[in-house]
Design a protein around this ligand. Structure first.
Ligand SMILES: Cc1ncc(COP(=O)(O)O)c(C=O)c1O
Length: 402
């Protein structure tokens, strides 16, 4: 599939035509167990994913199921990775990778702007297990170098970062990680492979909340980690089997159906986001707009280098954000005032700087000041959907002026 284009791969990579019926749409195979052959009896239960690799027959759905396999092949193809492992949520993918890679005595360097769920987990849970954690402003490479210790095993970054759309230079992070014997994992949920393929820039792992753009329709949770074949086999045998956060076959099918149109949707998300971002930049009530595609984004040049598509995520700021949030929640007609992102429906929510900071890394004054350069007292995080851009602008305008 490597020589085929992304639209073709998004539709065909991993597809298995049903042998009995010729059904072209992927089968949803809900079986939790699989009938074993006499050959498997010979091999015994020691013959697990780690020893048999891709030749491992289906055994029990926590080890893998045929619908998830089709999805995993497709995601690995889109990210140009050797293999992918799916999980029941994006959080499970992130925690599955962190728990697999880190043990007591290891050190993790992580973006000081990370999705709050991940931030809470690394701040609260990993230190309880003897893992040292240093949150760092990963947009400053020298701060990352300074944070590295002899026991640093992993650098974990999110770009663009949720919620403030701060970017990290993936190639630079990969060079730093590898120069110090560590690995790099990139949560690329906001970017999608249509914008950025971190493995091609030197990352060792890509993490996705499939819940977002991959699914694209707001109706299934899912997560994935992509890496080399060997790394993903080891991850499957460890976190896949023992965390037990397996993706259901039905959600795998929904997400696969979503991926069919991912390349087209990302073009439309970007187009709409540009229109709304430019509209908001001119709006008298809006004090700041942050969108990687706009020249006003402080890292616009990095965005141009690293993102082939600017995605559909933007933020904006207004005076009295809490009062404005109440108005949005009460009066928006097209947008939904709701968390999450990457859906066909446009979503908007206020994320106050103090709230996010208290939930995540409790930054020191200097780093909090840097956060505020992107976010002020708080941002309206907007996931621009696939509606008509004029309707989105009109919906926002009506409430902003009320
Ligand atoms: C960047 C990022 N990573 C991970 C997650 C977690 O994904 P999930 O909600 O599927 O657990 C989210 C959720 O918002 C996210 O935005």
């Amino acid at each position: 599939m490597k020589q085929l284009g992304m639209r073709t791969r998004a539709i065909h990579a991993g597809e298995v035509i049903d042998k009995d019926t010729g059904a072209a749409s992927p089968n949803i195979i809900p079986s939790s167990t699989f009938v074993l052959t006499p050959e498997y009896v010979e091999m015994g239960f020691e013959a697990d994913a780690e020893t048999l690799g891709a030749n491992m027959p289906y055994l029990y759905a926590r080890w893998g199921n045929p619908t998830a396999t089709q999805l995993e092949t497709r995601i690995a193809s889109l990210e140009n990775g050797g293999a992918a492992l799916t999980f029941s949520t994006g959080m499970a993918a992130a925690t599955g990778l962190l728990l697999h890679k880190l043990r007591a005595g290891d050190h993790l360097v992580i973006s000081d702007v990370s999705y709050v769920g991940v931030a809470e987990f690394v701040r609260n849970n990993l230190p309880r297990m003897g893992v040292q954690v240093t949150p760092v402003d990963t947009s400053h490479g020298d701060e990352v170098v300074a944070a590295i210790k002899p026991n640093t095993r992993l650098i974990y970054v999110e770009t663009p970062a949720n919620p403030i759309l701060k970017l990290t230079d993936i190639r630079r992070m990969a060079d730093i990680a590898h120069a110090h014997g560590a690995q790099l994992a990139v949560d690329s949920t906001f970017a999608t492979p249509m914008a950025t393929r971190p493995l091609e820039l030197g990352a060792d792992f890509v993490v996705h909340a499939l819940t977002k753009y991959f699914c694209g329709h707001g109706d299934a949770l899912g997560g994935a980690v992509i890496g080399t074949r060997d790394e993903i086999l080891a991850l499957r045998a460890d976190s896949g089997v023992h965390l037990g956060a397996s993706l259901s076959p039905f959600n795998a099918w929904l997400i696969m159906r979503g991926i069919d149109t991912l390349p087209l949707r990302m073009i439309a998300h970007e187009q709409n986001a540009f229109t709304v971002a430019r509209f908001l930049e001119r709006h008298p009530v809006v004090t700041r707009v942050m969108y990687p595609g706009l020249e006003s984004h402080p890292q616009h040049n990095l965005a141009l280098r690293q993102m082939a598509n600017m995605s559909g995520m933007l933020t904006f700021q207004t005076a009295n954000p809490k009062a404005m949030a109440r108005k949005f929640a009460a009066s928006l007609e097209v947008f939904h005032y709701a968390v999450s992102l990457g859906h066909q429906r446009s979503l908007l929510v206020l994320l106050g700087t103090d709230d996010v900071n208290n939930q995540s890394f409790k930054l020191d004054p200097e780093h909090l000041a840097r956060y505020r350069t992107f976010a002020g007292e708080g941002v309206f995080r907007v996931s621009i959907g696939l509606e008509d851009a004029e309707d989105l602008c009109a919906d926002l305008d009506r409430v902003l002026r009320s």
